[in-house]
Write a protein that binds this ligand. Structure first.
Ligand code: FAS
Ligand code: PHB
Length: 391
């Protein structure tokens, strides 16, 4: 099998890249190890920066997002039983975010790709990327019980944190930067209208809690839990009771309960692999970097990488110049490290480490007082949360 760009992974990075390459007249093949149903129901992110919204519209994949997405002009920070709204447009000169689930983005991109994109092989497991530093890289993969090889001019490693593509970068060349946090997130989907019209981030002595949403009828909620927690340890009753304790306010705000339809635990980590390129292999999305979900950046970074890589490949096709390809890693890493900085700040601002000292508790409350009373500090949070335009 032969193509110009071999894309490993049909998450947001791989699917958007495939769409952008098709629009640029560059052929590609997407290899996805899971089946379509799994990819389309995998619960992940929900918040889109303006740059992501613009990129999906420009790719011709924004119609349903424009119909069903919810524009949000702020978030609420909650601590000491008090509520503080962060007003995005007032602090950033008009920027906002859109609530539209990652699952829906993947469904939209898959439907578009199957209408008129190149081959998108589900159940195709990439086994290895070979010859990345030669002119003819190849992806060895298994599909329908048979091993095969995809010969390509370029390989896009969009296979997430646990994929194989990063392993093709020789140990002596790649550098990794990692920070683990001593807690995880227990996330639930509940068939109940969200109890607030915007997201609520709560800092509590018992731990962090987040109220998000997937639609006017479906709530998405998270609880900070100890590292290594098994979701089965948490009954619905225990989850709701803990959420109610952490969201409690002096003004009597109440949390609506409803049937829990999905429950899972995800780890919280910061991770960056540098460089994001080796020869003709380009890493994009979680294959290159992971951020704590607190800043709602993971999906948006994946989109940014796909846009930057597609633009660089199209530039090389049109002009013969590899300048943008050569700048790919540095261009993405500028964005990645800003997202890592913000996500780490939001995580340490709102989560209580199991061994937090009384001093650290007071420092955290002082940081929260500062960010909710100072225009300068509030602007920093609002600018980073709503995102920066893609370069
Ligand atoms: P993805 O992981 O989405 O996609 C990679 C794809 O590659 C997958 O479909 C996988 O099946 C496939 N693949 C892997 N190995 C392969 C192989 N060998 N061969 C072929 N295919 C292979 N971000 C937020 O902003 N908010 C959140 O609430 C949030 N929650 C998350 C919860 C979880 C459990 C996880 C893991 C991540 C979460 N994230 C969240 C981050 C998430 O949204 C990612 O940033 C986003 O999915 C990144 O997209 P991709 O880089 O495309 O990687
Ligand atoms: C989500 O809706 O999944 C979500 C929203 C905001 C975050 C993290 C996750 O910071």
């Amino acid at each position: 099998m032969r193509t110009t760009v071999g894309i490993i992974g049909a998450g947001p990075a791989g699917l958007l890249l495939a769409r952008l390459l098709r629009n640029a007249g560059i052929d590609a093949v997407v290899l996805e190890v899971r089946d379509r149903a799994h990819v389309e129901r995998r619960q992940r992110a929900g918040i889109l920066e303006q740059g992501t919204v613009d990129a999906l519209r420009a790719a011709g994949a924004g119609a349903r997002m424009d119909r069903e997405g919810l524009r949000h002009d702020g978030i609420e920070l909650r601590f000491d039983r008090r509520r503080h709204r962060v007003d995005f447009p007032a602090l950033t000169g008009g920027r906002s975010v859109t609530v539209y689930p990652q699952t829906e983005i993947c469904k939209d991109l898959i439907a578009l790709h199957l209408e008129g994109g190149g081959p998108l092989l589900f159940g195709a497991e990439a086994l290895a990327v070979e010859g990345a530093d030669t002119g003819r890289p190849r992806v060895r993969f298994r599909h329908e019980g048979r091993e095969d090889v995809l010969e390509c001019a370029y390989v896009a490693g969009c296979d997430g944190f646990r994929g194989v593509s990063r392993g093709a970068v020789p140990a002596g060349i790649g550098r990794t930067f990692e920070q683990r946090y001593p807690f995880g997130w227990l996330g639930i989907l509940a068939e109940v209208p969200p109890s607030h019209d915007e997201l609520v981030y709560a800092r509590h002595d018992r731990g962090f809690a987040l109220l998000s949403m997937r639609s006017p009828a479906v709530s998405r909620l998270y609880l900070q839990v100890p590292e290594g927690t098994d979701a089965r340890e948490w009954s619905e009753e225990r989850i709701w009771r803990e959420l109610e304790r952490r969201f409690e306010t002096a003004d009597g705000w109440t949390l609506r309960r409803g049937p829990v339809t999905q429950k899972s635990v995800t780890s919280v980590r910061s991770y960056v692999h540098e460089p994001m390129r080796h020869g003709r292999l380009f890493l994009a999305g979680d294959a290159a970097h992971v951020v704590p979900p607190t800043g709602a950046k993971g999906l948006n970074l994946a989109v940014g990488d796909a846009v930057t890589l597609a633009r660089a490949l199209a530039h090389e096709r049109e002009t013969g110049s590899a300048a943008l390809l050569d700048a790919y890693s540095a261009t993405c890493l500028r964005r990645v490290w800003q997202a890592e900085r913000f996500s780490c700040d939001m995580t340490t601002l709102l989560h209580r480490a199991p061994d937090a000292t009384a001093f650290e508790d007071r420092l955290q409350l002082a940081r929260l007082e500062r960010v909710t009373s100072s225009r300068a500090a509030g602007t920093d949070l609002a600018e980073a949360y709503t995102g920066f335009p893609l370069e």
